[in-house]
Design a protein around this ligand. Sequence first.
Ligand SMILES: Nc1ncnc2c1ncn2[C@@H]1O[C@H](COP(=O)(O)OP(=O)(O)OP(=O)(O)O)[C@@H](O)[C@H]1O
Ligand SMILES: [Mg+2]
Length: 239
Amino acid sequence: MDIINVKNLQKSYGNHHVLNGLDFQAQAGEIIGVIGKNGAGKSTFLEIIMTIKDYDAGEVVVLNENLQGLSTNQIELIRKEIAVVLQPTHYYKNLKVGELLRLFKAYYKSEIDINKVIEDFKLGPHKKTYFDKLSGGWKQIVSLAIAFLSKPKLLILDEPTTGLDPHMRNLLWSYITEYNNRNGGTVILTTHYMDEIEMYCDKVMLINEGKSELFATPENILSLGYKSVHEFYLNKVSI
Ligand SMILES: Nc1ncnc2c1ncn2[C@@H]1O[C@H](COP(=O)(O)OP(=O)(O)OP(=O)(O)O)[C@@H](O)[C@H]1O
Ligand SMILES: [Mg+2]
């Protein structure tokens, strides 16, 4: 089953054509990285497949449903299957980590044991800390732990590791790959770290000039003669 199937996607902000014929597919269980320069349209693309941003033309199928013409109720059903982690937010100012997890457990009607989540995500020392007072890395870890409470079929992450130190990046990726291995969950993320594409992603899409310029495996890229995905990127994308 196609988890996502996008054909000829077009999206403009006023006269600015950001996406101009983008194609993309994700099969169940894949981890796919989306790359491209600042302003290429990566977040715009993610927001469209999250169903929170509309688009001008093209076909967008998410979890077997064509988004065009869906009712609000049908959109709600799709959203229940998707979890999202955006850049660190300050939404949760007045709640401690433990309180937040319990709140979202109730919201998602989740059966998951919160003490186990706190143990799994090494959140013990932070459970009584206000979310707002956590470092950026721990905010991302808590956001991921919250996202998993809903047992999502599809996990969408916008630059989940930006600004994290090497250990925090490893920790975050260990949770993502474990979710993927254990539940067969599909992951679509953006990153500017090309080493993450090589290490963790099954496929990579490069957005350039509003199009999916490349949609391949990291091995495909290396087999073209590039030493790394980083080198490929610098070669293909101009400033
Ligand atoms: N709501 C909006 N209204 C007008 N222009 C927008 C809006 N959102 C994004 N843009 C513009 O669309 C383009 C693509 O933005 P987007 O955030 O999708 O890029 P990105 O690839 O995620 O970049 P980055 O790597 O910096 O996160 C940019 O030029 C941006 O300024
Ligand atoms: Mg972005």
